[in-house]
Design a protein around this ligand. Structure first.
Ligand code: A3P
Length: 319
């Protein structure tokens, strides 16, 4: 990390990533603490044309997309038997901008630390939950590519609820008291990284206007046709599979390696931690489309569906 207003020097971890872009754990994730991180990212980040940025609302399939993109990009370097995915959570391999790379940038003396990302080899893989409108101009103006993954809001609600309450009960209880209240807040757009529908629609709009800039993915479509989407992702980021690779089953191999059951079963994802407060296992639950029926009452589901229908009207997007 470099510190603005102070002599440059070696940062907290010496370098933000190791040779394969893997990040050491960071310390805090509360909303108030990430705002300076986001501002620093907006102010200082210089995108490269070959950067690849994965964007999403939390609990939309970010972890899965990270594992797939890392595997696609690095497939000539690693095989399923020696891939870093065996020893690292996907969030360490494709770091979050606001939680990890630009973590805790605000210092006690009000100076702002700026990470030096210039040493990361191309293509750099980053991820973010930041809305499109809040991305740095450098990201929007460069040729860097963004992949956005979205998911049925009903399943996002249920996944978020489990992530928040089961795995981090103390933190969650201070925010939501029960599912009904959480649904209410979700529908009112009172949640981290802004209202769900605004977030999704903004990325969708750019994907339609500039398909070479943003690839818009749906979790449900990826579950249904994983192989097709792995190939689509590879093409979009400029790493298409050759005919020979397809014949040799490389696409299937990557899809299998990155499946929920495969990642969930790894020791690192059973017992490891990605940040002090985040156990790797909390990123791998059921991964089922439509699990919301087991957790939301009819009235809660109707409320979300009504808002969803209104918000998505005319967009062509359905869940
Ligand atoms: P559920 O809670 O419905 O099971 P995110 O990665 O954005 O935090 O989203 C987490 C959701 O994606 C969780 O959904 C999790 O189980 C699911 N998930 C994680 N890894 C996955 C994978 N490899 N394939 C499919 N779904 C996955």
């Amino acid at each position: 990390m470099r510190t603005v207003g102070q002599p440059s020097g070696v940062g907290r971890f010496g370098s933000p990533t190791d040779g394969i872009g893997r990040c050491p754990p960071t310390v805090s994730v509360s909303a108030a603490r990430i705002v300076p991180n986001v501002i620093s990212f907006q102010t200082h980040f210089q995108a490269r044309d070959d950067d690849i940025i994965l964007a999403s609302k939390p609990k939309s399939g970010t972890t899965w997309l990270k594992a797939l993109v890392f595997s696609i990009v690095n497939r000539t370097r690693y095989t399923p038997s020696n891939t870093p995915l065996l020893a690292s959570n996907p969030h360490q391999l494709v770091p979050f901008i606001e939680f990890t790379l630009f973590a805790d940038v605000l210092q006690k003396n009000s100076a702002v630390k700026v990470p030096d990302l210039s040493g990361i080899p191309s293509p750099r893989l980053f991820s973010t939950h930041i809305p499109y409108s809040s991305l740095p101009e450098s990201v929007k103006d460069s040729k860097c590519r963004i992949m956005y993954i979205c998911r049925n809001p009903l399943d996002v609600i249920v996944s978020s609820w489990h992530f928040g309450t089961q795995d981090h009960p103390d933190r969650a209880r201070s925010v939501w008291t029960n599912m009904e209240e959480y649904v209410d807040k979700f529908c009112n757009g009172e949640e981290g990284f802004g209202p769900f529908w605004d977030h999704v629609l903004a990325y969708l709009k750019v994907s339609l206007e500039k398909p070479e800039k943003v690839l818009f993915l749906k979790y449900e479509d990826m579950k249904e046709e994983t192989i097709f989407h792995v190939k689509r992702i590879a093409e979009f980021i400029g790493f298409p599979f050759s005919e020979d690779e397809e014949i040799r089953g490389v696409v299937k191999e990557i899809s299998d390696l990155c499946s929920l059951s495969s990642l969930k079963d790894l020791e690192v994802n059973k017992n490891g931690k990605f940040m002090p407060n985040f156990e790797n296992k909390s990123y791998f639950r059921k991964g089922e489309v439509g699990d919301w029926v087991n957790h939301l009452s009819l009235s809660m589901a109707e409320r979300v569906s009504k808002v969803s229908e209104e918000k998505l009207k005319g967009s062509g997007l359905t869940f």
